[in-house]
Design a protein around this ligand. Structure first.
Ligand code: EPU
Length: 425
């Protein structure tokens, strides 16, 4: 079983005020790799994935899949081969789901493959209550019997049957769970108000390679004709659009000029548009994006939205950028109810940010000064790193393990662009 390395005491020390220059390769998307690793449970054959990011959430899921009976072989830093001749124990325990909510992605594949799943209910997390009722309603529509007992969801079905599932509101992993479950159901499933995120489309592409019959992925209506069995496939995970957006902000906030390589500009349409409105110069081509110096930065309002809108996973980073832009603006976080945990820390560094419900009001530009700060979740922690890059003096970011969940080698990548950042173990 792969060992998970947790280094809760790691900190990042950043000496701010250095502008970033050069090129950086974007890693594979964590939020595409996770459902794609889980999809390997749907077949006894081997599923090979390339461009899987080397991040802790992947290690956590691989550990869960191994416990379930998958053989997970690492062929290289970013290549995995998974095969599941048999599911030995269809249970995702509290201990793992608690550390990573995406563990819930095994629910759909397990019920579809072996007619049974027992998955701990995730409970709340740092960014909101995050229930999974839409996943469960959808699986119930496909004929699964759902029981909630002792903090666990127990789902069972002799064989799932295709149905029309209309999501009350968009859910990314809910759509993914249903896509996987419906691939092995008897008959046709239609998912309405489905998530259109590139990660959903990429999962559908893998499932099609495995023999699934799926049409409409990337649109709000997806149709799945269930098949009897899925088979071996190879797939390359799409680039991480959130990591890419984070580096664009890092360049913008330090007055730098960088080129992103191995990136898909079409996945960043709303982000590029927003950054251009702020005053940044952005050019793109096949597989690359270049961002140039855009000072002075202008304050521009923002509301987070499901894809193709501006992603909630870049809200905290954009907020840091707005602390350096001229004027006042408002950010409306419409996806999660509690995703402003970075705000008190940014205020301690000198930012002027008011909060009222789902909205944040930012006044800029305010000079930031380095401070000791503590990260509360993945995207909040990277926003503190960005603030440190823009600040005068030294910033020490605590609880870096949040960052390690989803960013591969962030300090090495930033160092290569000229940032003064180091990990203190
Ligand atoms: N929601 C419900 N009921 C449900 C499902 C969702 O009320 O059954 C609510 C959530 O509480 C939230 C909203 O609906 O307020 C949207 O949640 P969604 O289900 O779309 O989020 P998710 O699938 O749990 C994925 C990403 C998140 C990303 C969101 C939104 C993965 C593994 N996670 O979460 O990524 O923020 O979509 O785009 O794909 C991150 O990478 O830092 C991260 C949090």
């Amino acid at each position: 079983m792969p060992r998970i390395q947790v280094r809760p005491v790691d900190r990042l020390r950043i000496e701010g005020g250095k502008s970033l220059h050069g090129s950086v390769r974007v890693s594979g998307a964590k939020n595409a790799a996770l459902p794609e690793l889980a999809a390997a449970l749907l077949t006894a054959d081997e599923v090979r994935l390339d461009n899987v990011p080397d991040v802790r959430d992947v290690q956590t899921l691989v550990r869960l899949l191994s416990d379930l009976g998958a053989r997970c072989e690492r062929l290289g830093r970013h290549r995995w081969a998974l095969s599941t001749p048999e599911v030995v124990n269809p249970e995702a325990p509290y201990e793992l789901v608690r550390t990573m909510r995406a563990s819930v992605l095994v629910l759909g594949p397990l019920v579809a493959r072996c007619g049974r799943a027992r998955v701990s209910l995730p409970g709340g997390c740092a960014i909101g209550a995050r229930p999974i009722d839409r996943h469960l309603d959808g699986l119930a529509k496909l004929g699964a019997e759902i029981k909630l007992e002792h903090g666990y969801v127990e789902a069972s079905a002799t064989r799932l049957t295709g149905a029309t599932v209309e999501f009350s509101d968009v859910t990314v992993t809910g759509t993914e769970n249903l896509l996987m479950a419906a691939s092995l159901a008897r008959g046709t499933t239609v998912l309405k108000n489905a998530a259109q995120e590139p990660e959903v489309t990429d999962l559908a592409a893998l499932l099609v390679r495995m023999g699934a019959r799926i049409e409409g992925a990337g649109s709000p209506t997806i149709t799945i004709e269930g098949v009897e069995a899925l088979h071996a496939a190879e797939h390359r995970v799409i680039p991480d659009r959130i990591e890419a957006g984070t580096f664009l902000v890092a360049a913008a906030i330090t007055g730098g000029k960088i080129t992103l390589e191995d990136v898909e500009p079409a996945h960043l349409g709303a982000v590029i548009e927003q950054l251009r409105a702020v005053g940044l110069t952005i050019e793109c081509g096949a597989g690359w994006i270049r961002i140039g110096n855009g000072r002075p930065l202008r304050a521009v309002d923002l509301a987070t939205r499901p894809f193709p809108g501006f992603p909630t996973d870049l809200q905290a980073q954009y907020m840091v950028l707005m602390t350096q832009a001229g004027g006042a603006c408002e950010l409306d976080e419409t996806i999660f109810e509690n995703r402003f945990m970075h705000v008190p820390e940014l205020r301690r560094m000198g930012a002027s940010i008011g909060l009222a419900g789902s909205k944040a009001a930012i006044e800029g530009p305010t000079p930031l000064t380095g401070a000791e700060v503590t990260a509360s979740d993945l995207r909040a922690s990277v926003s503190l790193v960005l603030a440190g890059l823009a600040a005068r003096g030294e910033t020490l970011v605590h609880r870096v393990y949040h960052l390690d969940r989803g960013y591969e080698g962030v300090e090495e990548k930033l160092q290569a662009l000229g940032a003064r950042i180091e990990r203190i173990r």
